[in-house]
Design a protein around this ligand. Structure first.
Ligand SMILES: [Fe+2]
Length: 258
């Protein structure tokens, strides 16, 4: 199982503050069958002012974590990239190795501000051979108000990553409802944990997959396959048609009526 979106490395962003918490989180990941983790340090985010996001610096911390976990007799594969805070000049950071993973870039928006001209910026990235992955669209107010706003991004093959916690209701009812609407309408290509700590924001991808597998075992399989495409730099993505999934429809109705 792959988790492409988390903040598990210690003291690099708003993730864990100590190595012990990191190792505890990795233990939780291992227990649910996650064997490949892509750490996505916040990058260009206002809250990162003064923090070091240099590739070699982050990579060194990643190596220390892997070795510490290994010294406890446990093995896990960790890659590094970043969660880029949206700005209109994303093409100008393409030469920074932390900004992309293979030919992909994970991008987040401000939760309540719809960025102007974001479609043009994403299109420019596509023209440079980069596939943008929009992080947790279900948590943005403009998407909650109208999920079909994502249609223009889907048309230029932008990928959508939903947070496992959103599916499980960790961000409230509105976000959960939006997550299921996005799943139903083909606006979900992969799921990530977006884990930050060993308490309320830990790895939880298996619980989300277990819930979705009540609809069809094919769903988690396809979502994990799509995560593996990013690792392998392949464009062999599966577009899952969730509309036919009775369980999802029933669950969405239940959430809406709540
Ligand atoms: Fe994140």
């Amino acid at each position: 199982m792959i988790d492409f979106h988390n903040h598990v490395l210690p003291n690099v962003d708003d993730g864990p503050k100590t190595m012990d918490v990191t190792l505890d989180m990795l233990e939780c990941a291992k227990q649910q069958g996650i064997n490949i983790i892509v750490n996505t340090v916040h990058y260009k985010h206002p809250k990162m002012k003064g923090k070091n996001t240099n590739y070699d610096f982050i990579n060194k911390i990643k190596d220390e974590v892997v070795n510490e976990f290994l010294s406890r007799g446990k093995k896990i594969k960790i890659y590094i990239t970043s969660e880029v805070y949206f700005s209109s000049n994303l093409c100008s950071i393409l030469n920074d190795p932390i900004a992309t993973f293979n030919d992909f870039m994970l991008i987040e928006f401000h939760p309540t501000i719809k960025p102007p001209n974001y479609i043009n910026t994403f299109f420019d990235l596509r023209m440079k051979g980069i596939t943008p992955i929009l992080a947790h669209p279900e948590r943005y107010r403009f998407v909650q108000n109208n999920p079909y706003e994502l249609e223009s991004l889907k048309k230029i093959d932008v990928l959508f990553q939903i947070d496992a916690g959103s599916i499980l209701g960790q961000f409230g009812l509105k976000t959960k409802k939006t997550a299921f609407k996005l799943l139903q309408n083909g606006f979900c290509d992969l799921i990530g944990s977006d884990s930050h700590n060993n308490r309320n924001r830990n790895f939880c991808i298996k619980r989300a997959y277990d819930l979705l597998s009540k609809s069809s075992a094919k769903i988690p399989k396809a979502l994990n396959h799509n995560s593996s495409c990013i690792i392998d730099n392949s464009d062999d993505f599966i577009n899952v048609d969730f509309k036919k999934q009775n369980f999802l429809n029933k669950l969405l109705k239940k959430i809406v009526n709540n």
